[in-house]
Design a binder for this molecule. Structure first.
Ligand code: HT7
Ligand code: ZN
Length: 846
């Protein structure tokens, strides 16, 4: 069935040291001429090159055309028989024709608003020319571009150029997935950077004319990333130019092509009027992420796609550390851990669960997942805890020294930690090779001055993996006395057995603070009274666990409320204490005030053996918000007034934290004031954070029509702001009208469904509206399935990615399960379904 297995890996039988490519650009008939300098590693191997949707014009070796009997061409590639190959090194020459303007899948060479651009990861290069399109074949690329366009870019350093042509040389060997080409009418915002070793680098952010006034923040973020990587990891940039291009049509966030990063324009363009604080933060994080790939991805790449989390997990870990260091501080850990728990734990709980390093796949594009990225980053974080800061830095130095220029595996990565620390990491390796989230049950005893914590681990089964061996789990623990003083500062306990106890000598029975800083991606299960949770929310010295105590208290309160309980007084009182504590950072209070999301509550109810009722969850959240607002109205109103940020907008963490808390207060106050404050803020706001924040609050309260119309009128010509509008119109609207609003907007002339950002805004907006998507009559499911079927022939990657909204189907009641199964079956039975969506819908059905 086309499944590819890790155990089948074999090295490529040829070395490919140099590649010469010439592009003669034309929208419907681009010619690609390739010269590949190949040397056989042994004797008798035939030469296989990947290739899809290519029209072969000519094929030769060392200047002589090949005869039809010398090779075999199929839908997936071209094989030159061993007998037709000369002995020793040779040059293979091909010429093919491709049609970028017909490429709607946005993979390979395609067009976006008249501009040529490429996306080659994971297997897009085979749509450009015949080539060994696998990450362990690394070559030096020389590129010539011919086209009547003002800007012609490729990887590496600029070579000769003239009117209508340009040459580029990349001195660093790279796999084909890092190849890039951009050609169009573009303008640059430029800067310079000098590396620690004195290399002068030109920096350019390329955008469409008209967008150049929104590039400054991207350029500043790039410089911050370059400085940070030198300081935190000792890694310097290695070319004389770094080009970054923004495109409007892009399947993911961005791409780390060597020396020529290509970005979704929403992750580049920002001005105070058009981008929110969250947008600014994401732009900086993703610019950092792609830049950091230069070492963790480009200089050291993956041997095969099973090793994807080698580059992605490590690079996410690096970008998270960057944001924490330059911007958010400890609040960043709360955000990252919360994302992991809502999104990755959800994946682990359902039919798509897979190990961070999978051992088989049908379509690799379906494995760019939260498990590979975010759980991959958590694993790196655990390694750092086990090795210590200094051990981690030595391990990374060794990794860069030992593997520069290579295509590596997870085993190579773990070996550097073993060599540096002298530890045996064979049990730890299970984090990479096994799926699922361990559950950690904790009990405690106190007798004769000894406090004992006993942990028992178990991991629920995941598809294809019924039995789970115990993991090596680093558990950070601290102990507090009853006055809230720390009697044991943070200790790292290492659990390796199924059940294990750890004892501490303390004068009185302490309150434990377990899994500090979220030291491992596990579900902690511990009987805790609401009073103890409130105590930790008030006193824990660990920021993450302090937030976590409030979070679990809120979750317990809300789950009880779905069963008819009243809001818990202990929770309302704890929130009051928090609002009155002026020693706390506004951003931290804002995180504590935010109630768990509806999907997160559904996940928790299911994990505890229940069946979530989406409407009851929605009602409970509304009721609790109103109770918080009523109980603390005066304090919320005072905070709202005091937190106003005056003066020109800055996206820095401090004003952004204030705006975040102010909007959280506003959201609660709107439950009581009929929207007076929110309307006033919407009218007065001079920045998108407050304008969009107020709009969302008004729509959520069911009183947003006027503001929504005004917002649309003002921003109808701005693509990125209109994406926000489409999204919030559906995501925030009352659940009972979510599907009808989505249907209505799907008919709107501004709904360009072929643009992935717009599609994700509208269709993703509905799936983000938990109770709306799970409407009792199944209309949300049908809407999603209809659109996936429609998008699939056009853009299979985005269709497959969006299908993950169905992954939670087993949580719900029998009628909802049945309706989702029917929609998934309808998708699988669609004729001509892509490999992407076909694999996803089959896995989703389980
Ligand atoms: N490494 C990049 C992955 C990516 C991608 C994968 C499949 C299809 C389209 C894609 N665009 C970008 C992005 C990153 O993780 O940095
Ligand atoms: Zn990445």
């Amino acid at each position: 069935d086309g499944t590819i297995y890790l155990s089948d890996y074999t090295p490529y039988p040829f070395d490919l040291d140099q590649v010469h490519l010439t592009f003669r650009l034309a929208p419907s008939a681009t010619r690609v001429l390739a010269r590949l300098h190949l040397t056989p590693k042994g004797e008798g191997a035939s030469l296989h090159l990947d290739g899809e949707d290519l029209k072969l014009i000519s094929l030769g070796i060392d200047g002589t055309a090949l005869q039809p009997a010398d090779y075999l061409m199929t839908e997936t590639g071209l094989t030159v028989h061993a007998a037709a190959l000369p002995e020793g090194a040779f040059t293979l020459e091909t010429e093919v024709e491709i049609a970028p303007n017909a490429n709607t899948a946005l993979e390979g060479l395609y067009m976006s608003n008249g501009m040529y651009c490429t996306q080659c990861e994971a297997e897009g290069f085979r749509k450009i020319t015949f080539y060994p399109d696998r990450p362990d074949v690394m070559a030096r690329f020389h590129v010539r571009i011919e086209g009547d366009l003002p800007v012609l870019l490729s990887n590496g350093n600029a070579g000769a150029s003239g009117q209508g042509w340009a040459e580029w040389d990349d001195p660093w060997p790279k796999p084909a997935y890092l190849f890039a080409l951009v050609a169009g009418d573009l303008v640059a915002t430029s800067g310079k950077f000098t590396t620690k070793s004195g290399l002068e680098v030109d920096l350019n952010i390329w955008v469409r004319p008209g967008d150049e006034d929104r590039c400054d923040f991207a350029l500043e973020s790039l410089v911050r990333s370059m400085v940070w990587d030198e300081e935190a990891y000792g890694r310097e940039y290695d070319l004389s130019v770094f080009n970054l291009v923004a495109v409007d049509d892009f399947n993911m966030g961005a791409m780390e092509n060597k020396g020529l990063n290509i970005f979704n324009s929403k992750l580049v363009l920002a001005s105070p009027e058009t981008a929110t604080d969250t947008d600014y933060m994401r732009i900086e994080a993703v610019i950092g992420h792609e830049y950091f790939h230069n070492w963790t991805g480009d200089r050291i790449t993956c041997r095969d796609w099973f090793q994807l989390c080698l580059k992605e997990g490590l690079t996410v870990f690096r970008d998270q550390s960057f944001t924490r260091d330059v911007r958010l501080g400890p609040v960043k850990r709360i955000e990252d851990a919360a994302t992991l728990r809502t999104r990755q734990f959800r994946e682990d709980q359902g039919p798509l669960a897979h190990p961070p390093r999978p051992n088989h796949y049908r379509e690799i594009n379906n494995f760019y997942t939260v498990t590979v990225y975010e759980k991959g980053a958590e694993i790196v974080g655990m390694l750092k805890r086990l090795a210590g800061d200094e051990g981690y830095r030595r391990a990374l130095d060794l990794y860069f020294d030992r593997h520069d220029g290579q295509a590596c595996t997870i085993e190579d990565w773990l070996k550097v930690f073993e060599d540096v620390t002298g530890r045996d990491l064979s049990q730890f390796a299970l984090w990479y090779t096994s799926a699922g989230t361990p559950h950690l049950k904790v009990t405690d005893t106190y007798a004769d001055g000894r406090y004992t914590l006993t942990f028992r681990q178990s991991t629920p089964p995941t598809p294809g993996e019924a039995e789970k061996a115990p993991r090596h789990i680093p558990i950070a623990v601290g102990l507090l006395d009853l006055q809230g003083r720390e009697v044991l500062s943070t200790q790292l306990l290492e659990m390796t057995e199924e059940e294990q106890s750890f004892s501490f000598d303390v004068a009185e029975k302490p309150v434990p603070s377990i899994l500090r800083d979220f030291s491992a991606p596990v579900v902690l299960q511990r009987e805790q009274s609401p009073e103890e949770q409130a105590f930790l929310l008030a006193h824990d010295t660990d920021g993450f666990n302090r937030w976590e105590a409030g979070r679990s208290l809120a979750q317990r309160t809300l789950i009880d409320m779905t069963k008819g309980a009243e809001p818990a007084p202990a929770y309302l009182e704890a929130i009051g204490n928090l609002l009155a504590d002026d020693t706390l950072e506004p951003a931290f209070i804002a995180h504590c005030l935010a109630l768990p999301g509806e999907d997160e509550l559904a996940q928790a109810i299911f994990a505890a053996g229940g069946t979530p009722d989406p409407d009851a969850i929605h009602r409970a959240r509304n009721t609790l918000s109103k109770a918080i607002a009523t109980t603390h109205e005066a304090r919320l109103a005072a905070l709202y007034d005091a937190l106003e940020v005056k003066g020109p907008y800055s996206p820095d963490a401090e004003p952004a934290g204030k705006r975040g808390l102010r909007l959280a207060c506003l959201s609660l106050l709107t439950k009581l004031d009929g929207g007076t404050r929110a309307k006033a803020l919407f009218d007065q706001a001079n920045n998108m954070t407050e304008s969009f924040g107020a709009l969302s609050i008004l729509i959520r309260a069911g009183i947003g029509q006027e503001a929504s119309q005004a917002f649309r009128n003002r921003w109808q010509d701005n693509r990125l702001v209109m994406d926000k509008w489409f999204m919030v119109e559906v995501a925030a609207c009352p659940p009972e009208s979510a599907v009808s609003r989505a249907r209505e907007l799907a008919q709107d002339s501004a709904f360009d469904w072929k643009n992935p950002n717009r599609f994700r805004a509208l269709v993703g907006g509905l799936t983000a509206n938990h109770a709306g998507f799970h409407a009792k009559d199944g209309s949300g499911y049908a809407f999603l399935a209809d659109w996936l079927i429609k998008l699939d022939p056009m853009n299979p990657q985005t269709a497959a990615r969006m299908s993950t909204s169905f992954e939670t189907w087993r949580r719900y009641d029998a009628p909802r399960q049945q309706m989702i199964r029917e929609e998934l079956t309808r998708i699988t039975q669609t004729r001509g379904l892509s490999r992407d969506l076909s694999e996803m819908s089959q896995r989703l059905l389980g």
